[in-house]
Every structure is written in C-alpha cells, then in structure tokens.
Design a protein around this ligand. Structure first.
Ligand SMILES: Nc1ncnc2c1ncn2[C@@H]1O[C@H](COP(=O)(O)OP(=O)(O)OP(=O)(O)O)[C@@H](O)[C@H]1O
Ligand SMILES: [Mg+2]
Length: 214
C-alpha cells in the first residue's frame, strides 16, 4: 500500500474480477510464483480475512428474507475492511510479508457503487476514513464476459446474495471495474480470463515479472 508501505519493501497486491472470473483459481498459481522466488506472501480475501471480518462476510453473503439496505451493505463492507487492515494486512506488510487479497476496495466501487448505485463520493469518504490514503500497489483485474463468468460460478453450486442479482447489476459492476482500470492504469493490469488457464497464467506471470523484478 503505497504511502505507509513505502517504509518497507513488502507490497500489497489485489485480485479483482466478476464472479467466476478465476480469482480463487489464480491465487493458487500466484502462491506458487512467490514460493519459487522465496518471497513471503500472505494470501487473504475480502470481505473477511479475520474471524470477526469473516462473520461479517457471512452476514453479507447469505441470502435472507429481511431487506438489507445498500447503505448497510456498504458500511458492513468497510467495517470488515477496517478490521482486516488493522489485524491482518498492515501487520503483515510491516513485518515484510507481501499481501495478496482476493478482492479489496475496487470491488466496493464496482458492486456497491456501480451495481447498487451508491454515490462514489460516499464510498470515497469511507475509503479515506478506513485506509487513510493507502492503496494497493498492484491490482490484477481478471476480465471475463459476465455470462461466462456466471456460468463458471454456477458450476460450483448454490448462489450467494450477489450471484443472485440480475445481469444488469453485473454489467454496471463490470463497467466500473473497467473505468477504474483506466483511471488508475499505473496500478491496474487487466487480464483476459476468457482463455485457457495456461494462457491466463502466462499473462499473470508477465505482469508479476514486471512488478516484482522491475
Ligand atoms: N480460464 C479458465 N477456464 C476454464 N475454467 C476456469 C478458468 N478459470 C477458472 N475456471 C473455473 O471457473 C470456476 C470459477 O473460478 P473461481 O472460483 O476461481 O472464480 P472466482 O473469480 O474466484 O469466483 P467468485 O467471484 O465467485 O469467487 C471454477 O470452477 C474454476 O475451476
Ligand atoms: Mg472466488
């Protein structure tokens, strides 16, 4: 994370993408990449990452009858993130461990901003409060056509509260991801995952080579 993280050499990497884009699959490949270089890497995920934040994740993802407002959803995302940063991400970076997170704040802009329609200024205020200017050093955005990603995700079984949304919701979400990839091009790399895993891994290796080895 740029500012605080400049003190040490450990970097904060995030993996983003729509459902079924291949984030969890690619994490395993990235684990192997860092192991081969003997760079200590902590792998984590959002929402969640600590026991308390994982409880918030369960609240957020389980389908339920009671209406949960968009604002409540947004606040819980940042509540989980604050806990995750304080208890897990920052201590790891400060001790020299790199961190790789399956989703982070770009997902909040995409899902709660693009998908739900929350004003991005509201998200920015919470981002500032919780992250205090900190940003990922590298974000890999795994890009996949929505229908293909959803079909892959559905192959895994029951749908969570987000996976049950309409296609329009996902279109708006993906649009925000793509806008942010352009806006923050210096930290984003877009990886087309509508290809064989070998091709995907090749692109990820190239992006990591450039980032890690310069
Ligand atoms: N390039 C690929 N080609 C074919 N199948 C793939 C590819 N990448 C991932 N898959 C498969 O698609 C499914 C979804 O992948 P994965 O769980 O990694 O996605 P995800 O981005 O983590 O999804 P979610 O957002 O729902 O957590 C898995 O069954 C995985 O094996
Ligand atoms: Mg996943």
């Amino acid at each position: 994370m740029k500012q605080k993280n400049n003190m040490g050499s450990a970097k904060f990497i995030t993996l983003e993408g729509m459902e079924g884009a291949g984030k969890t699959t690619c994490l395993k490949f990235i684990r192997g990449y860092f192991d081969a270089l003997e760079i200590p890497l902590l792998i984590t995920r959002e929402p969640g990452g600590t026991p308390f934040a994982e409880e918030i994740r369960s609240l957020l993802l389980s389908p339920r009858e009671e209406k949960v407002s968009d604002e409540v959803e947004l606040l819980l995302m940042f509540a989980a993130r604050a806990q995750h940063l304080e208890q897990k991400i920052m201590p790891a970076l400060q001790s020299g461990r790199w961190v790789l997170s399956d989703r982070f704040t770009d997902a909040t802009y995409a899902y709660q901003g693009g998908g739900r329609g929350i004003d991005s200024a509201d998200i920015e205020r919470l981002e500032q409060m919780v992250q205090k200017g900190l940003q990922p050093d590298l974000t890999l955005f795994l890009n996949i056509p929505i229908e293909i990603g959803l079909a892959r995700a559905r192959g895994r079984g029951e749908l969570d509260r987000f996976e049950q949304q309409e296609v329009d919701f996902f279109e708006r979400t993906r649009d925000v991801y793509l806008q942010r990839a352009e806006q923050y091009a210096s930290r984003f790399v877009v990886i087309d995952t509508n290809r064989s895993l070998d091709d995907v891994y090749e692109s990820i290796s190239q992006a990591l080579d450039q980032f890690v080895k310069g």
